[in-house]
Design a protein around this ligand. Sequence first.
Ligand code: DQA
Length: 143
Amino acid sequence: MKILIINGPNLARLDLRDADIYGGFSYPELSDLVTKAAEKLGILVDIRQSDSESEIIQWLHEAADSKQPLIINPAAFTHYSYAIRDAVSMLKAPAIEVHLSNPLSREEFRHTSVVSGVVNGTIAGFGVQSYILALHAMQNLLN
Ligand code: DQA
């Protein structure tokens, strides 16, 4: 079973975002690093990105139907999308929320995650390592 990794809005343009916050690497580099780390762990991943709330919800419905484990960086949707929260809460397999930055050390509007309450756990603030730590955590949850 592949672990579904969903990245939310604006993450495909990581290289254009504040390098002090996001590390200055591009989305293809992020995707590559995560895929290679997964390979080393013997985990299959399906990494996707969308700027569309509706597309992300559709992917979450499919993951719920197929009982697929999820790692999600909902990006800005983290802070206000009750629709994504409700879709994540339908999942039957473990789900982990990740963030490159530490939203709690940033603007106040980022201090709320409407998703955190319906996932197994959240890993934030370690750049691309957040995803790799999430892969390790997922492996433990699945074993
Ligand atoms: C983010 C943090 C969010 O607040 C922000 O809107 C993002 C990226 C992160 O990975 O640090 O787009 O999810």
